[in-house]
Design a protein around this ligand. Structure first.
Ligand code: ZN
Length: 224
C-alpha cells in the first residue's frame, strides 16, 4: 500500500495526490551525456500518483529490467489550478519546492525509444518518483539559483545548478499548462543535470537542494 502524502514545511499537506509532469532534457549537459539532441521545446512526459514514494525511506527498485538510473531533479508542488497560465500566475501557484528522483529503467527506455514507443514502462512504475518534503518559497527564493547535489556512496555524481535549465521553472509551468491543466497537488519535475547513473541494492544516497533540503536514503530492496 502506498503510504505517501505531500509534506510542506514539515507538516502533512491537505493537497491531494495528483499527476507528476516531468520534463526531459532540460539541461544541455544531460541531453549530451545520453547522446540526445538539445531540444528546442521541452520534452514532456508524466508519472501517475502511484509512482510517488517518500525520498527519505528506503527505495524499492525493479532489478530484472536492466539498469535503473537515478536522476536528481528540483520538484515543484502545485498549490492552485493552472491552465494556459502566464509566468506571473505560475509564480503565485507554487506551494513549495523540493527534490525528487526521476527513477528511470534506462535499458528499457532505450529499447522503447528505438521502437518509437512511449516511455511509461521505464519511467512510471510504482515507486518511480521518490520525493522529499517541500519547502514554501519566499520573496528571497531564487528558483533559478538552486544547487542540486547527489552523492552515491559518498561520491558526488550530480552537481548542477538550476541556472543552467534550458527552460526556467516559470516558463516551464506556463508551457505545460498549455497542454495539461495543472491541479493543486500535482508535481512538476524540472529535469536533471548531468551525471545520471545506475543504482544497486545497498547504495547510500544523499541529496541536497542548496541550503533548503537535505535528504539521505538508501536503495533498500528489489521490487520484483
Ligand atoms: Zn528526468
Amino acid at each position: 500500500m502506498q503510504n505517501y502524502q505531500h509534506f510542506v514545511g514539515g507538516e502533512v499537506s491537505d493537497l491531494p495526490l495528483g499527476k507528476v509532469v516531468c520534463v526531459g532534457r532540460n539541461y544541455a549537459a544531460h541531453a549530451k551525456e545520453l547522446n540526445n539532441p538539445v531540444p528546442t521545446e521541452p520534452v514532456l512526459f508524466m508519472k501517475p500518483s502511484t509512482a510517488l514514494v517518500k525520498l527519505d525511506e528506503p527505495l524499492v527498485i525493479p532489478t530484472d529490467l536492466g539498469e535503473c538510473h537515478f536522476e536528481a531533479e528540483m520538484s515543484i508542488l502545485i498549490g492552485q489550478s493552472l491552465s494556459n497560465c502566464t509566468e506571473d500566475q505560475a509564480s503565485t501557484a507554487i506551494a513549495g519546492i523540493g527534490l525528487a528522483l526521476d527513477l528511470t529503467l534506462r535499458d528499457l527506455q532505450q529499447e522503447l525509444k528505438e521502437k518509437r514507443l512511449p516511455w511509461e514502462k521505464a519511467k512510471s512504475f510504482d515507486g518511480a518518483c521518490p520525493v522529499s518534503d517541500f519547502v514554501p518559497i519566499t520573496e528571497s527564493t531564487n528558483l533559478q539559483n538552486q544547487q542540486i547535489v547527489l552523492r552515491q556512496n559518498q561520491k558526488i555524481k550530480q552537481n548542477g545548478n538550476t541556472a543552467d535549465m534550458l527552460m526556467p521553472v516559470l516558463g516551464l509551468l506556463s508551457y505545460i499548462s498549455q497542454f495539461f491543466t495543472l491541479l493543486p497537488g500535482d508535481i512538476v519535475l524540472t529535469g536533471t543535470p548531468a551525471g545520471v547513473g545506475p543504482l544497486k541494492i545497498g547504495d547510500q544516497l544523499s541529496l541536497s537542494l542548496s541550503e533548503s533540503i537535505h535528504c539521505i536514503t538508501e536503495v533498500g530492496s528489489s521490487a520484483r
